[in-house]
Design a protein around this ligand. Sequence first.
Ligand code: NAD
Length: 287
Amino acid sequence: MSATIIDGKAVARDIQLQLAEDVRSLARDRGVVPGLAVILVGDDPASRVYVNNKRRMCEKLGMYSEEHLLPAATPREEITNLIKRLNADDRIHGILVQLPLPDRLDERAVLEAVDPSKDVDGFHPVNMGRLVMGSPVFVPCTPAGIMELIRRTGIDLAGKRATVVGRSNIVGKPVSLLLLAQHATVTICHSRTVDLVGVCREADILVVAAGRARLIGRDHVKPGAVVIDVGINREPSGLVGDVDFDEVREVAGYLTPVPGGVGPMTIAMLMKNTILAARRFAYCEHP
Ligand code: NAD
């Protein structure tokens, strides 16, 4: 058996077509053009690439975008003052602080300065709290993308065993809550989990976000399982995921590639959240 490879690029393209239409209708019906502001502190090359990709996607979809590129030494107060200005700016519906921030900055304090109604990354405690309580507004983008890829397999999650490897605030925890909301029975693994192979092997749905190249091999995977590889690891040969693709494709039912799986979905979901924020602004649906 060989797994069906889930083409994240194709799904993301499909979503973009719908989003471009949503942007047009919002402009036509309410005169509102969704606007995204991205703040990058420092000059991390990978972050620079991500910021450029976001700007290009905004242009492609007919959205407004602003980039705020700040030197690595920018004081926290200057960053939070910029966020306050953007919170009050009606052209801006989504504010994204590119992570990681330089170590000296208190990431939590910076993220909490973003108005929850413009928090299109979904990392503000208000939006995280809504997610925990089962009534999310802005779902974090990578977890939202993962759920969309799983949805498109057509598999009903109710009663299924789901295992998530990784417990970060940006991927592992939120995706676990989303799987739970779809009535899966969810287990979260992390670096201190004993018998990772045994726990993973029970999973009908296996989501891996550990940041360890080829952590998951054939033995970790139940035959026929849906395997979603979130990992992005840079090796001399190029990007590789957390899943050993060649081994696991022989066992899994569905498998996402790296690159071309979860990655393209993340940016599509960011645009979707920004358009949602603009709609809520246009139709006065703020909380
Ligand atoms: P993180 O470093 O914050 O968290 C990693 C988690 O994996 C931790 O909870 C840790 O306990 C767990 N872990 C580490 N080693 C483990 C092991 N040997 N066994 C079991 N668990 C282990 O990482 P993150 O920010 O959640 O990102 C995870 C990966 O996903 C990274 O490779 C990152 O680049 C990638 N990522 C991709 C996207 C995307 O758009 N495709 C978005 C975000 C993150």
